[in-house]
Design a binder for this molecule. Sequence first.
Ligand code: IMP
Ligand code: MG
Length: 188
Amino acid sequence: MICKSALAKDIDHVLVSAEELDGIVTAIAGEIDRDYGECGGSLLLLGILKGSVVFMADLMKKLTIPVEIDFMKVSSYGKSTESSGRINIILDLQRSDLSSRDIIIVEDIIDSGRTLSYLTEYLKINGARSVKTCTLLDKPSRREVDFVPDYRGREIPDEFVVGYGLDYAEKYRALPFVGVLKEEIYAK
Ligand code: IMP
Ligand code: MG
């Protein structure tokens, strides 16, 4: 049986510890509570599968205002660590109430910026009342399109990271911290 500690040995070093993650999520929840306190229950947290699930679960638990959740699934990455640059919607929203919804798109990480800029436009075109974006991590040095998230946990350098929802080839999502993957793992 492969246990989690076996996966942890593929990590070069921890970049964001579980304790730091907890502090980051608490701070973002506080900002959202403040900004959406008056919105009367119209807030919809829209998680982008699969990378956002751990962040999303922790974030919604820390919010004190009423919130609904939903998910979309998109793909821009294949098996490698490089984005293909094309966004495909794999699972779309199945709801007819977007015109009365204030949406916050919840992402694990922004890299080129293509996913979030595409989804923001897509939701606006489909009639959402408002659309903001929230990302746990941001690699601004990798940006290919101009995009600034409304809520951002932490900037990180241009390194491929896993854990706390983020994967490489579907592995490492359940690690409780964000770590830099050893290069030999994806250079194989
Ligand atoms: P973007 O469209 O290039 O901004 O890509 C964002 C998506 O790429 C994220 O939702 C992640 O799924 C993936 N991604 C980007 N950088 C990393 C990383 O370092 N580790 C794991 N996934 C990443
Ligand atoms: Mg993702």
